[in-house]
Design a protein around this ligand. Structure first.
Ligand code: HEM
Length: 505
């Protein structure tokens, strides 16, 4: 209530100067800015456009304002790009110019003002972090080292579901078990660790702190203090909570994972059949003086957020679409039975021989893109884009969801139809070979985790479909696929109950 009152007072206060300032700005303007609604001082367009700048709302603006438009959100310039040509310009042709990241007041806290890799500006630090992270995380060798682990994790999910009679009758919230699996998939890579059960206290703590971090970061409720510096004091309470969550999280990463691994290292240099896990590589870089201890923890933080949630959301969306499209689910099951053989559990190498499985994954990532606006880009210096001047340090959003869902370039894009990737779009890959389809971005800041995400999605969805018939809960025709968008995330609103009827193999 207080906040609303303050907003109203401020609106009143500045209304008088608004018109005069606009006129003087327009007269004295030397920039050719992208089109956009006329801003008012202090607030810019914020009062007109509101907080919820999700991919669908931004698509509506693009339809009115064009493929490039500018919103002034208080002190922040927000440029939204909505065509494959302009996406190419931002991500490829001018990839260096637009290769930085913006952070808002909350991301400043969680990333220590860019001491991490995902949210740091384009430059030396980013290059070094990306290089250091490549060998431990982003090569095919990592896939080969850990694929057996991922196969074991989904096998454990299948066993747990099979031994739970409720799964086949009233159904279960499968997502909970898959979340444990996804943590295990990534914690095996990072620390050679896994959690046995959903109620493991360390897992519960970790999951809750990561969840808090995501909720706090993706929420729109702190926008006002980020956009309008004079309102920032009102955010003090929010930012204090962010700082506390950050401190607790980092302490947990350090005490229970990084330091534990260090201890192990001093007695037993390498584990896991003589192979190093990711943190061993990262700690080596620290010992060589390439990065600090804080940087090590920021790498752990980045993987927790960038890898686990995104892949989990995509698995969840994939399951939801398969439940709601039984014919597609059946076709996928038939393909696996035909290629791998009935009763033979699919493995990572099999996923490459299953075009329909690949098409189902691509279609899931197209219609239900986990990061529909990519991670915000930024130009450090003034730049040109689409014939317009872009002020330095603008936040650049590429509406990748719209590029992949625009009826002008896709046939019936609102339909979940994997066949499109075998028929009219058979040449389109998830690696950014077509600027209409960028679920992982493309270019310098594209997702390096694609190399892990696709095989994990393949074995997870494949094993579920070959072992179970997945259905909506009794009395429901389909499951609810309402979306929940955040600052740049898209996940399913309700974690649905799903019935899983075991197939007799
Ligand atoms: C289905 C799962 C995933 C999706 C849809 C996804 C998508 C994305 C997208 C759209 C970006 C931003 C691209 C841009 O701004 O141009 C990104 C960045 C990133 N992703 Fe992923 N990702 C996934 C899984 C993963 C995994 C498994 C990892 C790590 C193991 C990972 C690590 C990263 C990192 C480190 C960045 C930042 C790259 C940079 O700024 O240089 N992602 N991801």
């Amino acid at each position: 209530m207080d906040l609303l009152l303050l907003e109203k007072t401020l609106i009143g206060l500045f209304f008088a100067v608004t018109v005069a300032t606009i006129v003087s700005k327009l007269r004295g303007r030397k920039f050719k800015l992208p089109p956009g609604p006329i801003p008012v001082p202090i607030f810019g367009n914020w009062l007109q456009v509101g907080d919820d700048l999700n991919h669908r709302n931004l698509t509506d603006y693009a339809k009115r304002l064009g493929d490039i438009f500018l919103l002034r959100m208080g002190q922040r310039n927000l440029v939204v790009v909505s065509s494959p040509e302009l996406a190419k310009e931002v991500l490829h042709t001018q990839g260096v110019e637009f290769g930085s990241r913006t952070r808002n007041v909350v991301f400043d806290i969680f990333t220590g003002k860019g001491q991490d890799m995902v949210f740091t500006v384009y430059g030396e630090h980013w290059r070094k972090m990306r290089r250091i992270m490549t060998v431990p995380f982003f090569t095919n060798k990592v896939v080969q080292q850990y694929r057996h682990g991922w196969e074991a994790e989904i096998a454990a999910v299948v066993d747990d579901v099979r031994s739970n009679p409720a799964a086949a009758t009233e159904g279960i919230v499968l997502r909970r078990r898959l979340q444990l699996m996804m943590y295990n998939n990534m914690y095996r890579i990072m620390f050679d660790r896994r959690f046995e059960r959903e109620d493991d206290p360390l897992f519960v703590k970790l999951k809750s702190l990561n969840g808090e971090r995501s909720r706090l970061a993706q929420s729109f409720e702190y926008n006002y203090g980020d956009f309008i510096p004079i309102l920032r004091p009102l955010l003090k309470g929010y930012l204090k909570i962010c700082k506390e969550v950050k401190e607790k999280r980092f302490q947990l990463f350090k005490d229970y994972f990084v330091d534990e691994r260090k201890k192990l290292g001093s007695t037993k240099p390498v584990d896991n059949d003589g192979l190093k896990c990711a943190i061993d590589h990262i700690l080596e870089a620290q010992q060589k003086g390439e990065i600090s201890e804080d940087n090590v923890l920021y790498i752990v933080e980045n993987i927790n957020v960038a890898a686990i949630e995104t892949t989990l959301w995509s698995v969840e969306w994939g399951i939801a679409e398969l439940v709601n499209h039984p014919q597609i689910q059946k076709r996928l099951r038939d393909e696996i039975d035909a290629v791998v053989g009935p009763g033979v559990q699919i493995t990572e190498p099999d996923t490459h021989k299953l075009p329909y499985l690949q098409a189902v994954i691509k279609e899931t990532l197209r219609l239900r893109m986990a990061i529909p606006l990519l991670v915000p880009h930024m130009n450090l210096h003034e730049a040109k884009l689409g014939g317009y001047d872009i002020p330095a340090e603008s936040k650049i959003l590429v509406n990748a969801w719209w590029l992949a869902n625009n009826p002008a370039t896709w046939r019936n894009p609102e339909e979940f139809r994997p066949e499109r990737f075998l028929e009219e779009e058979s040449k389109v890959e998830a690696n950014g070979n077509d600027f209409r389809y960028l679920p992982f971005g493309v270019g310098r800041r594209s997702c390096p985790g694609i190399i892990l995400a696709l095989p994990i999605l393949g074995v997870t969805l494949g094993r579920l479909v070959q072992n179970f018939e997945m259905l909506p809960p009794p009395g429901q025709e389909r499951i609810d696929t309402s979306e929940k968008g955040g600052q740049f995330s898209l996940h399913i609103l309700k974690h649905s109950t799903i019935v899983l009827k075991p197939r007799s193999l």
